[in-house]
Design a protein around this ligand. Sequence first.
Ligand code: HAM
Length: 450
Amino acid sequence: MTIHSLRGFRDILPPDSGVFYAIESAAREVFKLYGYREIRIPTLEARELFVKSTGDTTDIVQKEMYAFTDQGGREIAARPEGTPGVVRAYIENNLSQNGGNGKYFYMGGMFRAERPQAGRYREFEQIGAECIGAHGAFADAESISMLMEMLKKAGLSGCMAEINSLGCATCRAAYRAGLLGFLKTNPAALCEVCRTRMEKNPLRALDCKLDGPRLALEAPAIKLCPSCQLHFSRVQELLSALNAPFKVNKSLVRGLDYYTRTIFEVKTGASGGSQDALAGGGRYDELVKSMGGPDAPAVGWAMGVDRVALLLKGLIPESDAAQVFVVCAGSGSPAVVPIEKSGEEPYWEGRLGKIQQDGGNTPEASSRAFALLGELRAAGIRTDFSDFNLSLKSQLRSADKSGAYLALILGDEEIKNSVYALKFLKEKKDQRNVPAAEIIPAIKAALPVK
Ligand code: HAM
């Protein structure tokens, strides 16, 4: 009986894992340009952290948290999102004392017991950014444009940020009554969960996975106070100044409780519903204080790496496959024993099965090939091989499967003449001889730029 992975949990295998790596690398480069530094927060936190920050009326906390009681009787949850942990760390480590804005990024697995489907998993990876301590619209615009820059850098074109404002506590108090009135006019249009939570938090009905999209279109829009209106207009001006692609979506809501003022989601041209959001975020001016910290307004977002990777699959060059696959045509090896059978070619039988004898080769060739692996790697060339004891045909088959761009072939003859054969495995498929002394510059010149 074999044991399978859990529903909604999956293995990310090569070459898909290479796409994740490429997204993470692009993100790290962009974060560095914007002054964001990495924060690594625990996967497990006190359950209460999410109840108090993500919100006890949210789907995430009510239905989706992986929560359990540990051996010491403590209520624990696997993080469903990163923001609460970053805020806890900010407060616990007195990071406000560092002065200026605290700009932090994180990467890692998040856990939500949602109904699994394409692009929606129970463990998924987020890359997130939080800027804590910044009041002005500059921070919102910088945060959103950094996200757009990152998606572009990762290789995704045509992304659009949809933005809206949820206003401050004052705007929302006025809005709450109007929204509740609207929801009460037709309670039959609400799911059971929304009917029970609407008094406590009517906004949640608008991001309900069942009726949210329809209700968000029909519900009255929030009326912003002059200060929030000014902030929202300024965010738009600044985004335009940065040429960040955005549009205002008055019916955009978010599924977490802590947002104030600007909220946003990023989608591709093709996508529509909130499930297709590649990233989402917004301002959370009250959260740090409400969690016992200083009065530190903040803005941030998280990107769903699995969703971005799904779109990039096959579109970006593999950045972790070998570039060169070394093949040894002279596979003389003491590890295998030649066997003679009447009427048959001599073959060697070893640990790896039958190996056709290449004839007349010596262990020198495979030792040279083995040393060459080290030389190429020292020159920064991603290099691989299969097993120099195998036949030329089998090694070339592995070279093809590896995704490498070039095969470097050497045998006794090549070593004797100090000339290696360079075989193009991709488009051209031709082969040429290169003097051994020039092999590294020749490989570098032959490889595509990325
Ligand atoms: P969120 O909208 O819940 O926001 O999640 C952000 C992104 O994570 C989504 O846009 C989506 O791409 C991805 N995501 C969410 N759930 C799943 C899932 N089940 N499977 C795959 N991908 C998923 C937050 O988490 C906030 N912490 C963002 C934030 C940071 N706001 C302020 N700072």
